[in-house]
Design a protein around this ligand. Sequence first.
Ligand SMILES: Nc1ncnc2c1ncn2[C@@H]1O[C@H](COP(=O)(O)OP(=O)(O)OP(=O)(O)O)[C@@H](O)[C@H]1O
Length: 625
Amino acid sequence: MQQVKSGFENAKKLFSLVKPFFRERAYFHLTCLLILGTTQSSVVVYLSYAQRMLTDTLQSKDEGGAFQAAINNFLYLLIFAIPVFGLNDFISSGAYVSWRDFVSKEMISLYLRNRNYYKMYLRSQESGKLDTDEIDNPDQRICVDVATFCRSFIDLFMLFFNSFVKMVSFVAILWTIEPWLVVFLGLYSLAGSSVVGHIFGGKMIPLQDNLRRKEADTRFSMVRVRENAEAIAFYSGEDLEEKEILRRLQQTMELQRTKRGSKSILNLFQNSYSYLTWLIPVLVLYPRFFQGKMEYGAIFQAQIAFNTILSSLSLVISQFDSISFLLGAGNRIYQFDRELQRIENDYRFNDGPNQDHVTEETTQEGTLHRRFAADRSQKKDGGQTQTDRIRFVTSERVKLIGVTVMAPSSLKRTIILSDVNLELQGKQRLLIVGRSGIGKSSLLRVLCGLWNHGRGTVERPELGDMLFLPQKPYMPIGSLRQQLLYPREDKNEEHYDDQVLEKVLERVGLSQLVTRHGLRTQDLDFSKILSVGEQQRLAIGRVLVIKPSVVVMDEATSAMDIANEKNVYEIIGSLRDGETSIISVGHRKTLVQFHTHVLDLDRHEKGGEALRTMEDYLKEHPMQQ
Ligand SMILES: Nc1ncnc2c1ncn2[C@@H]1O[C@H](COP(=O)(O)OP(=O)(O)OP(=O)(O)O)[C@@H](O)[C@H]1O
């Protein structure tokens, strides 16, 4: 019963993965595959008749001169059969490429949409592991598992369909020769499939799933070495890295050994199952042949029909390894897809900071406000009922009203900061200070909409009008132009022509990069080419290109020398006639001179007024001058 239930579950999962493609463009490929399958199976059936005819004329020593005709017949069939079988790969690969393309694009789009990738990453932080227990290695799921799934599904589909068509034809042939053989085959395959499903089903499918996960973990540990080559080399951490990679490889190999054991037993069963029946047609039919009531060709054809029906009916047994391989990959895609859908739904009904699913309303002052569904959500959390989402409102200035920041972990909602109030007018520049770990970066994450757990209201301009600069800037693989334009696409040629961008580079002291790398040389990895200070200046170049109304900097000048840092603040200060607001987080004393206000989180923690003018702050902290 358990087996039937899990078989039904697996079929349901497969159906849910295949269904979306049918809403798209699968019908053409399916029609081609079905026509091809039917043609191929018919050719096999005709070949069996041609073989029977040939055998009969051989046995009769060409009595009646039919031998030549049988040879010709066979040859004509072969001429037709060769291209038909040759088309197999062409047509099935067409279906595979189209399907894989569709599924991969859907998954990539869902993964990157509405910051789902970031939410999945936050979930992985909750467990403190690299990946969540359920959703490990999203990259492998999208790139490798989807490919495996589509290829194996199409191959198995073709195999099952061709076998079915052949089986129907050969059942008709064998029925005319000996009906009991057909009945025997039906019962025999039913018994065999139940035995295989019962003994191997529960083991092989989870084993395949686990194996794929371990393979991906091993590969990922190699990728980490490549990505962190220099840091590892500085530490001389090779030995430790090797041990870690070998530990993961060892786990993979152990699973391979377990699989080998189960597979050998499966193979033994498969071989015994098919060889045990070999003699049955001959044993059943030889009395009639000896009595002269049957031609040798009929026995020959009965043998072919018997074996074909047997192999068709026992496909589940003979292909069990491929089926578990398919279900293993399918299961991983299904889990991933379900998790993404869950995150997407959660986003729709609870999260907010994105324009797609928000409600819009106009305030009394006529300002366009966007209120997110989350604002109204009341949720039970840890046994307490509370409003656990921060409210985001679009406004011209930055204002925090009673903002309490909670860690995004859903397991344990730790309060990082409570009841922070702040209002920033244009031209004001805010420095956020406080001891390490107090919550400075967390506050910026809230401001930029990455985190939304907590209470209170955040008013700020549209996200597209704000630019966040982290300590370690992100450098996408691409040209120098693309670095400057990021996160905008490199297509608006007139607006961002090369001369404008060269001027930007000149202002941040990086004009030598144009000579060194060119503006349009593709596929450069600037995170490896540039020093961290240069990367930080390049990121400031993005501020000059985008000209946001608010610039948020999280120790974004920490790797620069004092002259460059000064230059950067002067550049940002001159944007939009000095109306660009600056919010910085940093520990360096030099930052004080570039800001007009301070949000002192240490003072806030002790219950004092957190927001002060720089003048007041310096009276209390003269050493900072
Ligand atoms: N995803 C997370 N889940 C749970 N806690 C987190 C998460 N990210 C950060 N924290 C915790 O929140 C607290 C504040 O972190 P945050 O990075 O905001 O500190 P910070 O003031 O910017 O520190 P620093 O000056 O060292 O950069 C820390 O105790 C940190 O461990």
